[in-house]
Unconditional design. Structure first.
Length: 96
């Protein structure tokens, strides 16, 4: 499977992950301080949503990159497109 080559997309993904990392540290601090479980659960849900959003963004970047590189009308291009779509299906299957 390909790597993301667009520096802007990679920076965006890394920034999203750094924000989620900060949220996780905040949750750890909340647990250490004995905060209410409902408050902790709310923050955990926010982190999960942030990670899911980052995953979707990564998938979209991947599809854009790969389709752009492989779009062609010949038979070989259609085969490559099929391979990309199979990879995309695998990626989206991991969301569950």
């Amino acid at each position: 499977m390909s790597m993301l080559t667009d520096p802007k997309s990679r920076t965006d993904l890394l920034n999203r992950l750094k924000r989620a990392e900060g949220q996780l540290r905040g949750i750890q601090r909340m647990i250490e301080e004995g905060q209410p479980c409902l408050d902790i659960a709310s923050q955990m849900a926010a982190v999960r949503k942030a990670l899911d959003s980052t995953y979707v963004r990564m998938t979209v970047c991947f599809v854009e990159q790969e389709l752009g590189a492989r779009m062609t009308t010949d038979e070989a291009g259609r085969e490559q497109l099929g391979a990309v779509l199979e990879d995309m299906q695998t990626l989206l299957g991991k969301v569950r």
